[in-house]
Ligand binder design. Structure first.
Ligand SMILES: [Zn+2]
Length: 321
C-alpha cells in the first residue's frame, strides 16, 4: 500500500477501498464514514479527499501542494461542514448554505468535496434537504459524510451513500501508533492508555495531551489492576473517591466498559494487551461487563452515589474471584 496511506493506522479494508477507487478513477459521489468518535473519521475523510484531488497516479501522495492544503484544512474546494458539538445542532440552514454554493464551479481542483462531519446530528429537516442534492448531485461534486452510527440517519440518505466502516485499532496497532507519535512518553503510560481506551487512537491521544482525560484514565487503569488482583480494599478506596461526582463515576464506568470489552476480545484471541496487562479470563470479563452495564443503568435512574458505589464494589469483588 502507498506509504502516505500507511500513516493512517489499521483499517486495511477502508484503505483498500480508497486505493481501488483511485485506480479506477471513479469515486462514489457520496460516501459515509461510520465509526465511533476517536477512530479517525474526519482524518480519513481528508485522506479520501486527497485521493480524489491528488494528481499523482499512485496517489494520494500526501506531499504535493493540493494534498498539503487538504490535510491542513485550507483547500478552497474541500469544504468542512461540522455539526459536531451538542446533538441535533446540525441545522437545515447549514444545508441551505451548502446548496447555495454547490453549483459554483471548483476554484482550483477537479472536484468540489463537501465533508459533512457528525451527520447523525442533522435534524430530519436537514437530512431531507440534503437528500435532494444527494439524489442529483451537480457534476464534479462529492459528499463525504461521517457518523457514529448509520442507524441514526434516514433510510433515504443511507440508500444514496456508500458506507465505509472505520474500526478502532487492535491494542498492538494502537500501541505502535502511540509510540511513534509520542516517543518521549513513558512506555507504561502508553500501555495502559491503549488498555483503557481499547484501541481508540483519538481517545489515547487525548489521554496523552489532556491532563483531565489522563487522570481519569489513570484511575480506570488502577481500578482494573485492583479488580484483577482481587484487592478488595483498594477497589473500594478507589471507587469511594468517585462519590463526589456522578459525571466522574459515569465516565469511569464508560472507560471500564471499554477496557473490559477490549480485554474480552483479547482474551478470546489469546493475546496480551501489554507488558503489565491485567489478566482476566473471558468469563470474568463478561461478568464484569454485565455489572458495569447494570451500574450505569442505576446511575441513570439516579441511585444515590454512595449506595451505588457500595453495590458496585461488592459485585466487582465477587466477579473477580
Ligand atoms: Zn498529492
Amino acid at each position: 500500500m502507498n506509504s502516505f496511506l500507511d500513516t493512517f493506522y489499521g483499517n486495511r479494508t477502508a484503505k483498500e477501498a480508497l486505493v481501488l477507487y483511485k485506480q479506477d478513477g471513479r469515486f462514489p459521489h457520496a460516501i459515509l464514514l461510520e465509526g465511533e468518535p476517536g477512530c479517525g473519521r474526519k482524518t480519513f475523510a481528508r485522506y479520501l479527499a486527497c485521493a480524489v484531488e491528488c494528481g499523482e497516479e499512485s496517489g494520494p501522495c500526501g506531499r504535493c501542494l493540493t494534498c498539503r492544503k487538504i490535510l491542513s484544512g485550507i483547500h478552497p474546494d474541500v469544504v468542512l461542514i461540522d455539526g459536531a458539538g451538542c446533538s441535533r445542532s446540525f441545522h437545515i440552514d447549514e444545508i441551505r448554505r451548502l446548496k447555495s454554493g454547490v453549483y459554483i464551479r471548483p476554484n482550483e481542483a477537479e472536484r468540489k468535496i463537501y465533508i459533512l462531519a457528525e451527520a447523525q446530528n442533522m435534524t430530519v429537516q436537514a437530512q431531507n434537504a440534503l437528500l435532494k442534492v444527494l439524489e442529483e448531485p451537480p457534476a464534479g461534486v462529492m459528499f463525504l459524510l461521517t457518523c457514529d452510527n448509520r442507524a441514526r440517519l434516514l433510510d433515504t440518505i443511507l440508500s444514496r451513500v456508500t458506507v465505509i466502516p472505520l474500526e478502532p485499532l487492535t491494542p498492538e496497532e494502537c500501541r505502535r501508533a502511540l509510540g511513534e507519535r509520542y516517543p518521549g512518553e513513558p512506555a507504561q503510560r502508553l500501555d495502559w492508555l491503549c488498555r483503557v481506551f481499547g484501541g481508540n487512537l483519538g481517545r489515547c491521544v487525548a489521554g496523552v495531551e489532556d491532563e483531565k482525560v489522563r487522570s481519569q484514565a489513570e484511575r480506570t487503569a488502577r481500578l482494573l489492576e485492583k479488580i484483577s488482583r482481587g484487592d478488595d480494599y483498594g477497589l473500594l478506596t478507589e471507587l469511594s473517591a468517585l462519590e463526589g461526582s456522578r459525571g466522574e463515576l459515569d465516565s469511569c464506568l464508560e472507560q471500564l466498559h471499554r477496557a473490559c470489552s477490549a480485554a474480552y476480545v483479547s482474551a478470546w484471541r489469546g493475546e496480551r494487551a501489554g507488558e503489565d496487562s491485567f489478566s482476566l479470563a473471558p468469563l470474568q470479563c463478561k461478568k464484569i461487563l454485565a455489572i458495569i452495564e447494570k451500574a450505569a443503568e442505576f446511575s441513570r435512574q439516579n441511585m444515590g452515589l454512595s449506595l451505588l458505589i457500595t453495590w458496585l464494589s461488592a459485585e466487582l469483588q465477587l466477579a473477580a474471584r
